[in-house]
Design a protein around this ligand. Structure first.
Ligand SMILES: [Ca+2]
Ligand SMILES: [Ca+2]
Ligand SMILES: [Ca+2]
Ligand SMILES: [Ca+2]
Length: 465
């Protein structure tokens, strides 16, 4: 009898313990779900803030209600041990829907076979380009598919192209956080495979886009029609623009030189033929255009652009493009990219110093907005050669949002690409990247979990790994 009672007591106690534990597990799970939902809500709030504020977004940890926070992380091309923060200019990348095989070939990790295969993947014909690949190749794969023969819709689609593996697309940066993590510098000890050389070999992903596009404008910032420097019919309007900007004497002289120099391949060509100064170029070029009436010279990479409202795909924003992208521009090599970077950074240094008093958002977003500095960095032939492929506009942008719930309990990571060309910004792409793991210094999560305030973390995010 006693034994039976004892047994019952033991069973009941066991059941009570089990219930208590499952209740505890359930409580933890529900707290985790709540934290994940909070992190997601913070990320969505960050996205709305980016869309509303554009460039005026704070760079470092942004604290939100209840102790959560978000960061906008981006690669620091000057240093693979620290993070950079802010919005990424998609026009500062090479567009895989318009770049020629020659341009693609100059990007990191490229070879002829991949460059040609990228062109074949997007071109509408079924003729194999050089050492490229069309459907004949893809249909013989264990899981066969056709070459797309249409434009890329995402950058990740590159993984369907022959020979493009995660190593080519993401480089050694398997978690896509822009910095060298321990497993990315230990050879094959842990995934991914890397060369253990102490530096992060970046993949294509940081240098290519499918989003850059701008409409060839037919009017200037004030709504006045652009004046065609190649058209005899617009000589009167041209004189008016020159006189207004440069004064009557100088205007008349420049007009004579422009007329004598026709046809101009682009406005940079006109700059040299008319013997302008860079300052004069900045004054008059926003009001001018150079039509291509005689089928002269415009390359394929700029996506055409003769029609007034035609989209120009893949113009590269030279004001923010990294070295690798500048070197890939037609006719340029690495030394030219270095010259451009040097000219650009001297410009940025002086403008950020002089505008610091009027700036309300800090000097970090200061970039040159004109194109005339390019004239000082390269020789005539190279400037004219890239003239049809460059822009100073940043219309499509992306952010990599890392959001953490209060107390560091849960985090979420999303990539958003958006277009600012219309009246209101438009989201082009939204992708969850949480599966790649926590991308910032692990110490940040530890500090938050042990009760640190977000305001104490700014130093941490700048610290070297
Ligand atoms: Ca094709
Ligand atoms: Ca990494
Ligand atoms: Ca490794
Ligand atoms: Ca390496």
């Amino acid at each position: 009898m006693l034994v039976v009672v004892l047994l019952i007591v033991i069973v009941l106690t066991g059941m009570a313990l089990t219930f208590a534990r499952s209740a505890r597990v359930e409580a933890t799970a529900s707290a985790n779900r709540e934290a994940a939902a909070q992190a997601r809500a913070i990320a969505e709030g960050a996205a709305r803030a980016v869309l509303a504020l554009g460039d005026d977004i704070p760079a470092d940890a942004v604290e939100v209600g209840n102790g959560g926070a978000y960061w906008l992380i981006k690669p620091n091309f000057d240093d693979d041990r620290t993070w950079a923060f802010g919005i990424v200019d998609e026009a500062a990348k090479i567009n895989i829907n318009s770049a020629t095989a020659d341009t693609l070939l100059k990007l990191p990790g490229m070879d002829d076979a991949i460059a040609d295969a990228i062109v074949d993947w997007r071109d509408t014909d079924t003729e194999v380009t050089g050492s490229g690949a069309e459907s004949e190749y893809y249909l013989l794969l264990p899981e066969p598919y056709n070459a797309k023969d249409q434009a890329f819709e995402t950058v990740e689609e590159l993984l369907l192209v022959r020979d493009v593996r995660p190593l080519e697309l993401y480089g050694e940066d398997a978690n896509r956080n822009g910095v060298l993590d321990a497993n990315e510098d230990d050879a094959s000890d842990s995934a991914p495979g890397d060369n253990r050389d102490g530096t992060l070999d970046r993949g294509l992903i940081d240098f290519v886009t499918v989003y850059s596009s701008e409409t060839a404008s037919s009017s200037d910032a004030n709504g006045e029609p652009l004046v065609d420097v190649n058209s005899q019919q617009s000589t009167q309007q041209l004189l008016q623009v020159l006189n207004e900007s440069l004064g009557d004497d100088r205007g008349a002289a420049v007009l004579g030189a422009i007329i004598a120099g026709r046809p101009h391949r682009n406005l940079f060509d006109m700059y040299y033929k008319a013997n302008l100064t860079p300052e004069e170029f900045d004054q008059i070029s926003p009001r001018l255009t150079a039509s291509q009436s005689q089928g002269g010279g415009r390359g394929q990479g700029g996506g055409g652009g003769n029609g007034a409202s035609q989209a120009r795909i893949g113009l590269v924003d030279v004001n923010s493009a990294p070295r690798e992208v500048l070197a890939a521009l037609p006719g340029l090599e690495e030394s030219d990219a270095d010259a451009l970077i040097a000219a650009r950074s001297s410009l940025t240094d002086t403008s950020s110093a002089s505008s610091s008093s009027s700036s309300t958002t800090g000097a970090t977003t200061t970039t040159p907005t004109s194109l005339s500095w390019v004239l000082t960095a390269l020789d005539r032939e190279k400037v004219i050669g890239i003239g049809d492929y460059i822009t100073n506009k940043s219309l499509q942008r992306s952010v990599d949002i890392v959001a953490v719930s209060a107390g560091g309990r849960a985090f979420e990571r999303y990539r958003m690409v958006f277009d600012t060309s219309g009246d209101t910004p438009r989201i082009l792409h939204w992708q969850r990247l949480t599966h790649l793991g926590w991308p910032l210094d692990p110490q940040i999560l530890k500090d938050l979990r042990s009760g640190a305030a977000v305001s104490d973390l700014a130093q941490t995010t700048e610290r070297k790994l």
